[in-house]
Ligand binder design. Structure first.
Ligand SMILES: Nc1ncnc2c1ncn2[C@@H]1O[C@H](COP(=O)(O)OP(=O)(O)OP(=O)(O)O)[C@@H](O)[C@H]1O
Length: 307
C-alpha cells in the first residue's frame, strides 16, 4: 500500500491533457482518441467532450489489456484484462497481497514512482495507452485522481488544500466558487463553511478524507481511484464516505480497492476479484459476483472460506 500522494500539486504541470505535446492535435493517423474501442496509437488530447455513449451500456473509460506488473523479478499481476465503465463504481477485492493496489496504481502510473516496478501490456484511458511515450504522467494524474487509505491533507487551511491544485494550474478565476463546488461535491461544505481559513489538520479523520476527495475533485478529474479510503475511519465516517462514493459516480468514474466485502457489495456496480498470485479470477456485475459467482474460488472467498 503506497502512501504516495498522487494529488500533490508540487508534482503537477500546467498541461491540461495527458499527452506530452498538449496541443490537442491528431497524430499523423488523423484518427480520434475519443473512440474508446480504437486501436490507434494516438497523441491527441483526451477530453471529456469527445465521448459517445453506447445504447444502454455504460461507456468504457479504462481498459487493461494483458497487463503484467513485476516488482523486480516477482510478478504481482498476471495478464489482467478488464474494462471499467464510465460513471460507475468498480470495486477491486481479494486477499492481502493479491495485487489490488498494484492494479490501482497502474491506472494512473503511480507505479512509475516505484523503482522496482515494471509493466507489460496496456492500460488504456479512453482508448489511449497511458504507457505510451507521449503521455505525461502528471497530466494523467490530474485526469485520474487518487485518494489514499490515510487522509493526507496538506498542513494548510481547508481552503488552501482545495485551491492548491487549481493555483498550481493557474486556474484561479472564480476560485472561491470552485473551492465551494468541490467541497459541496465532497459533502463537506456545510460542515466547514465557517472555518475555511482554519487548518485542515484540525478536522476529524472522516472530514480530512472528504477534504482529500474535494482536493482531488477540484482539478476536474474524470476518474477517482480510491485505495481503501474508509479503512482508517470509524463506522459513521465510513458510512458518509460510502454515501459520497455513490454520489460521486454520477459525475466521475470511481475505482475502489476495499478489504471490506460488504462495502464492495453495498456501493459498487462492478466487482473484480483478484486472488493470490495476482490473478483476476472473476469480473462481473457486483450482484452476480456476490450472489452467483461462476468461480468456486470466488465463492469460497466471498463466503469467507479463505482470505
Ligand atoms: N513497492 C513494492 N516493492 C516490491 N514488492 C511490492 C511492492 N508493492 C507491492 N509489492 C508486492 O506485490 C504484491 C501485490 O501487492 P499489493 O500491495 O498490490 O497487493 P494488495 O492486494 O493491494 O494487498 P493489500 O490488500 O495487503 O494492500 C505483493 O506480493 C507485495 O508484496
Amino acid at each position: 500500500m503506497t502512501q504516495d500522494n498522487a494529488t500533490d500539486p508540487d508534482d503537477r504541470t500546467d498541461q491540461s491533457t495527458i499527452v506530452g505535446s498538449g496541443d490537442g492535435t491528431d497524430d499523423s493517423t488523423g484518427r480520434d482518441t475519443a473512440d474508446p474501442t480504437s486501436d490507434s496509437h494516438l497523441s491527441r488530447s483526451i477530453t471529456r467532450e469527445g465521448t459517445t455513449t453506447r445504447d444502454g451500456a455504460a461507456e468504457t473509460v479504462l481498459e487493461s489489456r494483458n497487463l503484467d506488473v513485476y516488482y523486480n523479478d516477482v510478478q504481482a499481476l498476471q495478464d489482467i484484462s478488464l474494462e471499467i465503465p464510465k460513471n460507475r463504481v468498480t470495486a477491486l477485492i481479494g486477499p492481502s497481497g493479491c495485487g489490488k493496489s498494484t492494479f490501482l496504481r497502474s491506472i494512473n502510473r503511480m507505479n512509475d514512482l516505484i523503482d522496482a516496478a515494471r509493466i507489460e501490456g496496456e492500460l488504456r484511458f479512453r482508448g489511449k495507452n497511458v504507457y505510451d511515450d507521449d503521455v505525461d504522467p502528471v497530466a494523467l494524474r490530474r485526469k485520474i485522481g487518487m485518494v489514499f487509505q490515510h487522509p493526507n491533507p496538506f498542513p494548510k487551511s481547508i481552503y488552501d488544500n482545495v485551491a492548491y491544485g487549481l493555483r498550481i494550474q493557474d486556474e484561479t478565476e472564480n476560485l472561491d466558487e470552485k473551492v465551494e463546488t468541490a467541497l459541496k461535491r465532497a459533502a463537506l461544505f456545510e460542515e466547514v463553511e465557517d472555518q475555511l481559513d482554519e487548518s485542515a489538520l484540525d478536522l476529524s479523520g472522516g472530514q480530512q478524507q472528504r477534504l482529500c476527495i474535494a482536493r482531488a475533485i477540484a482539478v476536474d478529474p474524470e476518474v477517482i481511484l480510491m485505495d481503501e479510503p474508509a479503512s482508517a475511519l470509524d463506522p459513521i465516517a465510513t458510512s458518509k464516505i460510502e454515501d459520497l462514493i455513490e454520489e460521486l459516480a454520477e459525475e466521475y468514474t470511481v475505482v475502489i480497492v476495499t478489504h471490506n466485502m460488504q462495502q464492495a457489495a453495498r456501493i459498487s456496480d462492478k466487482t473484480a476479484v483478484f486472488l493470490t498470485g495476482g490473478e483476476l479470477v472473476e469480473y462481473d456485475d457486483t450482484e452476480k459476483i456476490f450472489e452467483n459467482p461462476d468461480s468456486q474460488r470466488v465463492e469460497d472467498y466471498i463466503t469467507g472460506k479463505f482470505g
